[in-house]
Design a protein around this ligand. Sequence first.
Ligand SMILES: *[C@@H]1O[C@H](CO)[C@@H](O)[C@H](O)[C@H]1NC(C)=O
Ligand SMILES: *[C@@H]1O[C@H](CO)[C@@H](O)[C@H](O)[C@H]1NC(C)=O
Ligand SMILES: *[C@@H]1O[C@H](CO)[C@@H](O)[C@H](O)[C@H]1NC(C)=O
Ligand SMILES: *[C@@H]1O[C@H](CO)[C@@H](O)[C@H](O)[C@H]1NC(C)=O
Ligand SMILES: *[C@@H]1O[C@H](CO)[C@@H](O)[C@H](O)[C@H]1NC(C)=O
Ligand SMILES: *[C@@H]1O[C@H](CO)[C@@H](O)[C@H](O)[C@H]1NC(C)=O
Ligand SMILES: *[C@@H]1O[C@H](CO)[C@@H](O)[C@H](O)[C@H]1NC(C)=O
Ligand SMILES: *[C@@H]1O[C@H](CO)[C@@H](O)[C@H](O)[C@H]1NC(C)=O
Ligand SMILES: *[C@@H]1O[C@H](CO)[C@@H](O)[C@H](O)[C@H]1NC(C)=O
Ligand SMILES: *[C@@H]1O[C@H](CO)[C@@H](O)[C@H](O)[C@H]1NC(C)=O
Ligand SMILES: *[C@@H]1O[C@H](CO)[C@@H](O)[C@H](O)[C@H]1NC(C)=O
Length: 660
Amino acid sequence: MLLLFFGTLLLILSQLCLGAAYSEYILAPESRTLIPLEVYGVNGSVEDAASLTKGHRGTTIFRGISSVTYDFKRNIAGLVTVDIQDVSSKDAYLGVTFSESNLWINAQACDATADAGLDSPLWFNVGHGAGNYTAEKKHNRGAFRYLTIVSNTTATISVNQVTVEFTAAPKQDLQAYTGFFHSNDELLNEIWYAGAYTNQLCTIDPAYGDALPLLGTIDSGDNITLPETTPWWSNYTITNGSSALTDGAKRDRLVWPGDMSISLESIVVSTYDLYSLRNSLESLFALQHADGRLPYAGQPFPQTTISFTYHLHSLIGVSYYYKYSGDHAWLSKYWRQFKRAIGWSLSSVDDSGMANVTASADWLRFGMGGHNIEANAILYFALNQGVELASLLGDTTAQANWSTTAQRIKSAANQHLWDDTIGLYRDNETTTSLYPQDGNSWAIKANLTTSTSQRSAISTALRSRWGKYGAPAPEAGKTVSPFIGGFETEAHFIADRAESAFDLIRLQWGFMLKDPRMTQSTFIEGYSTDGSLHYAPYTNDARISHAHGWSTGPTSILTFYAAGIQLTSAAGSTWSIAPQPGDLRIVDAGFSTNLGDFSVSFRRNESGKYTSLTFRTPVGTKGNVRLPGVDGVLTGDRGERVKLVDGVASGLGGGSWSLE
Ligand SMILES: *[C@@H]1O[C@H](CO)[C@@H](O)[C@H](O)[C@H]1NC(C)=O
Ligand SMILES: *[C@@H]1O[C@H](CO)[C@@H](O)[C@H](O)[C@H]1NC(C)=O
Ligand SMILES: *[C@@H]1O[C@H](CO)[C@@H](O)[C@H](O)[C@H]1NC(C)=O
Ligand SMILES: *[C@@H]1O[C@H](CO)[C@@H](O)[C@H](O)[C@H]1NC(C)=O
Ligand SMILES: *[C@@H]1O[C@H](CO)[C@@H](O)[C@H](O)[C@H]1NC(C)=O
Ligand SMILES: *[C@@H]1O[C@H](CO)[C@@H](O)[C@H](O)[C@H]1NC(C)=O
Ligand SMILES: *[C@@H]1O[C@H](CO)[C@@H](O)[C@H](O)[C@H]1NC(C)=O
Ligand SMILES: *[C@@H]1O[C@H](CO)[C@@H](O)[C@H](O)[C@H]1NC(C)=O
Ligand SMILES: *[C@@H]1O[C@H](CO)[C@@H](O)[C@H](O)[C@H]1NC(C)=O
Ligand SMILES: *[C@@H]1O[C@H](CO)[C@@H](O)[C@H](O)[C@H]1NC(C)=O
Ligand SMILES: *[C@@H]1O[C@H](CO)[C@@H](O)[C@H](O)[C@H]1NC(C)=O
């Protein structure tokens, strides 16, 4: 008992140490009570607007119809309170509007959560007199950087204070990260932490999920003119428990399995909030149909929409959750459901060896039917994850069936869909003109490819299509998808093209972080290849989410590939250290799992030689090191000396090691 206590204490202390490194980059607030940082703009007669900003005292007085927009300097979330000192009339009202982007700042409306129109302001009937007026919990705004306070009558209103109670990541100690990343490239550092923070905003109290009040009731062709706005609220309970991971902070505030195929790993390397991930995954399995099918999205999304790929993403979620938690009991509990779900997927596999997709809902790309390359690559990936889990659980029947099925998919896809002259896979065999970003990125990620030269060809071809704002997804029109871009980035690393991976992160995520229309703190869900903040699948630009977990790929990718820390079995009982530093000269990175801390630190000189390299893994674990082109000896903290052979050393024990 005492030992267990000290063990836990040590684990907590070591986690504190790990996350505390570079904490100055953390964007999550220190306190949950937030005060505006700056005045962004004033309209009408307002006295001393700045007194409501941080570090100021005094009263802001609204005289007649007027408004002030405040800037929190980063995307935040929460419940607004206005502290009223005095009002001149019982007819007085004070409204607040929210916007993530400065494009949608408006004293008469918020940005949008529905397919069309803009969201209504929240109005406080401050005519009642002095006191605090707080928004109802269902009017918790999931993401905004700009808050506009508006007075719509001739009254004079004195305001003492405006605060926002930060509601995101309700069970987290907001700045207690379990992971960190630092390099000599400031942009990459900021991108890593913005990704981590984006996922914190997407983690919510599940009692305040999207109620989808307007789904199906507004025709997206309608033009709603101001000040006609639509009411909004979030009060649908989307999962069990008290915290859940959703797709987007402002919208949809729902559990989406596809999004988790990116966000889950970025959470693992930053906050390790397994509790929220588990609640979300369980909510999807609670909706499994009798035939094994898993939902496109969690409740209350209509269960009539069927998706071959999102179904598979839930299975990938199970595999990832197990990989990073090592929670064997949980895996066993869901194994029957996992197998039934694979059964549903396999019912689409035809004589060609590939799945013929008829359940076409996906990440809003078009043409997801037939022998589609993305769907088959994801199926191949999910089957191989399943094979590993089956072997772990001793389920030899499943293991044999799935590995044979997977091999057939691989050979059929390469026979029918690979186009050697272009160096890319076709979308399906009925077309020669579309070579999708998603299917080609997934083919590399899933190891559907058969050779290094094939992976190089894909990496080169994808790179040749980049535009000024990032990597296009032609399967979704004129779209840059930071979701699929995350898979493409990883694909470049797997193809041993680290420079392309770094270049894409700097180009695309650099744009998303630094452009003045963005929040400079969280990542947008999608935009146009011409750089406009229009996401082709939507008609309403104000609806685009600026904090979407599926856009946070670089956070885990920098940790797994630039620093090169990869877990190869449950919670890191085996691991691999294989940095691909590209042009980086300094990297310090790490994260913790239930087994302990994993970290890597290296320095390289101008010619790319390591001048120092150390790493640490938990005692009792085992792993390999891969440092291509490096000669030398690794020395362990218990005096072990292991020579690198062709840059590789295998079977190292956990502990601290350094390169001599
Ligand atoms: C102030 O009013 C002008 C003109 O109506 C409008 O363009 C601007 O966005 C408003 N600014 C704020 C901060 O409300
Ligand atoms: C509003 O609440 C704050 C914090 O609890 C308190 O300091 C303040 O006095 C309240 N304002 C009024 C007018 O009661
Ligand atoms: C101000 O807004 C409130 C809430 O929408 C509304 O009830 C009131 O009629 C408005 N007052 C004026 C003068 O427009
Ligand atoms: C919306 O506006 C567009 C462009 O002004 C117009 O073509 C369209 O007919 C309008 N739609 C409706 C439903 O009024
Ligand atoms: C959610 O809020 C709406 C709008 O106020 C209300 O009609 C509905 O009953 C609420 N639902 C729950 C579960 O509280
Ligand atoms: C919540 O937990 C109950 C009891 O374990 C379970 O039956 C139900 O399916 C769960 N619901 C969700 C949405 O996870
Ligand atoms: C095959 O791919 C093309 C391009 O994406 C698409 O237009 C077509 O609908 C796809 N076929 C099926 C059966 O989905
Ligand atoms: C896929 O299945 C559908 C529905 O059964 C069928 O119409 C279509 O021809 C099949 N596509 C291929 C490429 O076999
Ligand atoms: C795998 O199992 C399914 C369903 O039981 C069966 O239809 C299929 O033929 C099996 N495939 C292989 C390769 O054994
Ligand atoms: C990828 O597939 C090839 C066979 O095409 C295999 O030799 C290789 O081991 C696989 N790589 C991984 C990482 O599984
Ligand atoms: C980098 O270090 C290597 C090995 O010590 C050395 O040969 C090389 O000259 C160094 N390069 C620079 C630019 O210092």
